[in-house]
Design a protein. Structure first.
Ligand code: ATP
Ligand code: MG
Ligand code: FE
Length: 333
């Protein structure tokens, strides 16, 4: 079974070809236009998707060495995301499925982030736990099978990626700041500054308080020394990153102990963070849990994760009627 998948939920236009669960290509076009605005501008994102979609699909097919005549099903990200962006990918996939009279498979972006863990040869076995940390979501998911995924914990306010990006903004770093915090933190001392840890019951998260405590802390320090941020950038990045990671891993550990599940994964853009990857692997090793981390290109938004999810849906007999529409927010199921 050969599937062509399209991802266009936010500001990456991506296409991937997957054959029997093996990824043959995963081409991603990043949109540069948003950098100058310090965040993704929805209208500009949908326009860029329209410009990118044809060449991106073309490249994905060429890199896979597959002709469009040999595609058995067309998959796309149906939800959640920016509606204008989702519409470009969904209409494109629907048109292809209609014109070629092949099945259409709608994929939920957050399920796809989780199932990106099924791409590498060494895969977790079911049931597994996944900490999904991205720009818009922070979730702990139990995967009982490829089509039985349950959210057992999530953020009550900001996502982990937002915590990185908003903290970076307070430090004067450009958007998206997450990768820059990661980079500067490498030369910093993570225990130099301590930021308050939110006290949230159960398996849920909260990150909005962290941002406020960083803001007040910086305001106070800058009053005494206007160069405070520049002089302490590495230590600030390392300390902020350390706090975000301890919040995340504490809840993941709690979830593992509560469920007794011993196969643990991370997913989403923030799972590209080098310290998180390291701390996650260490935590799993200490507890005799098996850890899985997708390669970088499958952590941030990409169509390969849409393709792999669609492949398992196809095996399960799931296809989607052409009347389906994209949705900015749709329930998990
Ligand atoms: P969602 O999947 O919730 O709809 P999204 O698709 O926009 O959101 P992703 O592309 O999965 O999110 O992730 C983007 C986020 O990952 C951004 O907040 C970015 O700062 C963060 N990020 C990427 N690389 C790193 C890194 N190395 N360290 C920390 N954060 C990172
Ligand atoms: Mg993005
Ligand atoms: Fe995403």
């Amino acid at each position: 079974t050969t599937i062509l998948a399209i991802e266009s939920s936010c500001d990456e236009t991506s296409a991937s070809v997957c054959c029997d669960g093996k990824i043959l290509s995963n081409y991603i076009a990043n949109q540069k236009v948003h950098e100058q605005y310090g965040g993704v501008v929805p209208e500009l994102a949908s326009r860029a998707h329209m410009q990118n979609i044809v060449p991106v699909v073309d490249v994905a097919l060429k890199q896979a060495g597959i002709s469009i005549d040999n595609i058995d099903a067309f998959a796309f990200t149906q939800s959640p995301g920016l509606i204008g962006s989702l519409l470009v990918g969904s209409q494109f996939a629907k048109s292809l499925a209609f014109a070629r009279a092949k099945p259409l498979i709608a994929v939920h972006h957050m399920q796809a982030h989780v199932l990106a863990n099924l791409i590498p040869d060494e895969k977790p076995s079911f049931p597994f736990l996944c900490l999904t940390v991205s720009g818009g979501h922070t979730q702990i998911v139990v995967a009982n099978s490829s089509f039985d995924l349950k959210v057992i914990g999530e953020t009550l306010d900001d996502a982990a990626g937002e915590a990185f990006d908003k903290s970076a903004k307070l430090l004067g770093l450009p958007y998206p700041g997450g990768p820059l915090i990661d980079k500067y933190a490498k030369d910093g001392n993570p225990s130099r500054f301590t930021f308050a840890e939110p006290q949230i019951p159960g398996l849920d998260f909260s990150f909005s308080g962290l941002k406020t405590s960083i803001l007040y802390f910086l305001q106070k320090e800058v009053k005494n020394n206007e160069n405070f941020v520049a002089e302490n950038l590495a230590d600030l990045c390392a300390s902020i990153q350390e706090r975000i990671i301890t919040i995340l891993l504490k809840k993941l550990k709690k979830a593992a102990l509560q469920t007794g599940i011993t196969q643990l994964c991370i997913a989403g853009g923030v799972s590209a963070n080098s310290s998180l990857r390291k701390a996650f692997a260490e935590m799993c090793e200490q507890n005799n849990w098996k850890s899985f981390i997708p390669p970088f290109e499958y952590c941030t938004d990409n169509a390969a994760m849409i393709a792999i999810t669609a492949y398992y849906k196809f095996l399960h007999g799931d296809s989607t009627p052409l009347s389906v529409s994209a949705s900015a927010r749709a329930s998990w199921e």
